[in-house]
Design a protein around this ligand. Structure first.
Ligand code: AMP
Length: 289
């Protein structure tokens, strides 16, 4: 059974002797409501480290809407069972008071990378993410930390934070885990009604379609966007927040596609916001069917 720890001091006291004994520590930060996506990160981390730490913390400072924070699913019992099955040694589940005992005055901002995509639509979100991830890295001090490619902008921002601030940790990206029909696993999928869940597949279908168009030779992001728009227009309860073709490292919009690109999108279905992304490489040989 993993040890459930709520106190920063206790976690540090437990990890210090292990670190002195030169055990490697792998870390998977999460907001809980764990699913097979998180499980993939844990499994990968389990194979690469002696000690596995997972955190479960619904970080208030990264929510731009109070109702989203309040409605965020919290399923600690099930989460612990999943962590146990995945061989987690420590589950760090602090309270907000433990993480933010006083008004936070020090914030981490990774400029430029937060300007497009989700950053444009969720003011302050990535400042909250970068700050809590740095706090967690300081608490756990892992050799490796694992992040999903599902949150591509988050991954790019964390990688850059670690590089720019000389944080001694290896950031390990993990591929997106999907349902059989293509929908990327997300804790927020729990909010979808049966009908919304069916409609939600439009997001991955549009991204795969866009990726395929690029890989068979389309070079104009505008043409790609125009080609997928009718997929969304069919559904009246769906609102596309953005659908963008960007450079995978700078996240800046691409004018003409000449190399590998990230295609990222955010979609509202009713009151639920979903994000997803794929990469496409125009230099890949088109598959001859
Ligand atoms: P969250 O609990 O949503 O903050 O996610 C915790 C970590 O799990 C983040 O690094 C996410 O990118 C990753 N993650 C979430 N969903 C998936 C998924 N479907 N596939 C792979 N990783 C995921």
């Amino acid at each position: 059974m993993p040890e459930l720890v709520a106190s920063i001091e206790k976690l540090r006291a437990s990890l210090a002797p292990l670190r002195r004994a030169e055990k490697t520590i792998g870390f998977v930060p999460t907001m809980g409501a764990l699913h097979r996506g998180h499980q993939r990160l844990l499994e990968r981390a389990r194979t690469e480290n002696d000690i596995l730490v997972a955190s479960i913390f619904v970080n208030p400072s990264q929510f731009d809407r109070q109702e989203d924070l309040e409605a965020y699913p919290r399923t600690l019992e099930e989460d612990l069972a999943l962590c146990r099955a995945a061989g987690v040694d420590f589950v760090f589940a602090p309270s907000s008071q433990e993480m933010y005992p006083q008004r936070q005055l020090a914030w981490v901002e990774v400029t430029e990378l937060d300007e497009n995509l989700c950053g444009r639509h969720r003011p302050g979100h990535f400042r909250g993410v970068a700050t809590v991830v740095l706090k967690l890295l300081q608490i756990v001090q892992p050799q490796r930390a694992y992040f999903g490619e599902k949150d591509a902008q988050q991954l790019a921002i964390i990688k850059r934070m670690v590089a720019d601030l000389n944080i001694p940790v290896e950031i390990v990206p993990v591929a997106t885990v999907r349902e059989a029909d293509g929908l990327a696993l997300s804790s927020r999928n729990k909010h979808l009604s049966e009908e919304e869940r069916r409609v939600a597949t439009v997001l991955s279908r549009a991204l795969f379609t866009a990726g395929a168009l690029i890989e068979v030779g389309e070079r104009s992001p505008q043409v790609v966007q125009a080609a997928v728009e009718p997929l969304f227009a069919k559904h009246s309860d769906v609102r596309l927040e953005y659908f963008s073709v960007v450079h995978p490292a700078t996240l800046a919009p691409v004018e003409i596609i000449t190399g590998r690109v990230l295609i990222a999108a955010a979609l509202w279905i009713g009151t639920t916001r979903l994000i997803d992304n794929v990469t496409a490489d125009p230099k890949r040989e088109p598959t001859v069917l």
